[in-house]
Every structure is written in structure tokens, then in C-alpha cells.
Design a binder for this molecule. Structure first.
Ligand code: GLP
Length: 260
């Protein structure tokens, strides 16, 4: 695992956009894994900027969302499919139907989950998966206790996650209890995992994920099992990392040809 400590979200956005641009450059059919929440926004803003200035096209790319709330109408502003349309698709040039999310309103949810897994496989798998981290250590909506081998399925949110996410809704009561999320096993199949973490509220979860034991109690710790995982953190989220100086030194002396 590589840990990159950056000055701020803006720098993180640039670094990750560089990695996405490099992927788009080298692959004829790049597949992105998209995250929601506030964390990936600096990346989406940077991709939009590069597209606006003619430096980046996502016309050949496909993308799969990590997760979705159950029970929100498709056009609800907080449905993750709407979020990605608004925050990313509206500002870049994905082809029609190139972006897909799990169908959390399917009448047969398990069948919808299996179909989503099949769609990811049919696209050749995810090349670069963006991830945020919950204050309880979740990735996607894989709450503590999620099997490290889990696949796309329905999950129940913890109270902590519902409270964290209530800032996007009119009240806590409006935050759905159920979600559909790619499993940890699904996420681990992406070729490159890029987890972003910003702010002091994420410091504890980040340290447990990066330097604690691999455990289902901290779903993001599963990144330690992946051969190409990058964790990009700002100073506040890095506050509890014991090897912070080592990560800084490694990054400062990284061979320039290596990229993220
Ligand atoms: C949400 C999402 C995650 C996200 C996390 C952190 O519940 N399901 O994909 O990474 O919680 O959210 P934020 O980035 O807003 O802090």
C-alpha cells in the first residue's frame, strides 16, 4: 500500500486526475469505479476542468458506481446515480449509458445485484476504483462486520453512517436504512484502488485501515490485501498515522516514472 500525504484536497484532486488521465491514455476502454459522498468531489472538479480545457476526454470510458440507497426515487437529488450525473457526468463527455449504478429499486434485489456484478465483469472489470472512507471505516456501504469476501448485496446502515449522511437530507428520518453496495470482494477485484481521506474526523478510521490489523470490523483495512492500493490523505486525516514521516519520505523520493 502506498500512502500519499498531501497539503489539501485540491492537490489530491490533481494527483488522482493525473492517474485517471494516464489510464485513459493507455487503455482503449478504460473502466472507472466511482465513489460518492463529499470526498471524491475534488477529483471530479479537476476532471471537469481538464475536459473543459480540452485536455481530457472520457468518451471511451465506462464507469460503475460503488453503491446506492434503497427506496429513493431515481431522480432524488441524494440518489447516488443523480449525484454522479450532477457532479461528474454533466461536466465531462461519457457516452450515453457508459455510467451504471446498482439497481437498488429492483423488485428482485439479489437478481439486480448479480446482474450488476455480471455487468462489471462484462466490461472487463474496474481499472481504477475511487473510494472514500466512512468514520466507522466503511468503504462503499460495507459497514463494520462485512465479510472481506462479500459481493454486491443489500446492507443495513449503522446509526453512525445514517447520522453522518443526514447532512445531505432534510432530516435523519429521511436517510434510508438500506443500501445496495459492491462487496469488499468485488472492490478488491479492481486493478487499482485509490482511497481518499480528508479531515480530522477521518483520522482514526484512516489509521485503523492503513496501520491496524486486517479485520471485517474496519472494512477499509481490506486494502492491505490488495497489490495496488493508494491512500491519499490530507494532513488532518493523516494525524494518527504512525509511519507518516516514512510515507512523506517515500513520496518525496519516488521515481518520477512510477506514477500513483
Ligand atoms: C458514504 C458513501 C461512501 C463514502 C463515505 C464517506 O456513506 N457510501 O462511499 O466514502 O460514506 O462520505 P464522505 O466522503 O461524504 O465523507
Amino acid at each position: 500500500m502506498e500512502v500519499v500525504i498531501v497539503a489539501d484536497r485540491h492537490e489530491a484532486g490533481g494527483l488522482v486526475a493525473d492517474a485517471i488521465a494516464a489510464l485513459v491514455e493507455r487503455s482503449p476502454a478504460p473502466v472507472l469505479g466511482l465513489a460518492t459522498g463529499s470526498t471524491p468531489l475534488p477529483v471530479y472538479r479537476e476532471l471537469a476542468r481538464r475536459h473543459a480545457s480540452g485536455r481530457l476526454s472520457l468518451a471511451t470510458a465506462r464507469a460503475f458506481l460503488l453503491d446506492e440507497y434503497v427506496g429513493l426515487p431515481a431522480d432524488h437529488p441524494q440518489a447516488y446515480r443523480s449525484f454522479i450525473r450532477r457532479e461528474l457526468e454533466a461536466h465531462v463527455d461519457f457516452a450515453a449509458d457508459a455510467v451504471q449504478g446498482p439497481d437498488a429499486n429492483a423488485t428482485d434485489i439479489p437478481a439486480g445485484c448479480a446482474a450488476y456484478e455480471a455487468a462489471i465483469r462484462a466490461a472487463g472489470g474496474v481499472d481504477l476504483q475511487l473510494l472514500g472512507i466512512g468514520t466507522d471505516g466503511h468503504i462503499g456501504f460495507n459497514e463494520p462486520g462485512s465479510s472481506l469476501a462479500s459481493r454486491t448485496r443489500i446492507k443495513t446502515l449503522t446509526d453512525q453512517t445514517r447520522r453522518d449522511n443526514s447532512r445531505f437530507f432534510a432530516s435523519l428520518d429521511e436517510v434510508p436504512r438500506h443500501v445496495v453496495t459492491q462487496g469488499i470482494g468485488t472492490i478488491l477485484e479492481a486493478s487499482h484502488l485509490v482511497l481518499l481521506s480528508f479531515g480530522e474526523a477521518k483520522a482514526d478510521a484512516t489509521a485503523r485501515a492503513v496501520e491496524g490489523p486486517v479485520t471485517a470490523m474496519v472494512p477499509a483495512s481490506a486494502l492491505q490485501l490488495h497489490r495496488h492500493a493508494t491512500v491519499v490523505v490530507d494532513e488532518a486525516a493523516a494525524a494518527d498515522l504512525r509511519l507518516a514521516d516514512y510515507y512523506r519520505e517515500t513520496w518525496a523520493h519516488k521515481p518520477s516514472w512510477q506514477g500513483l
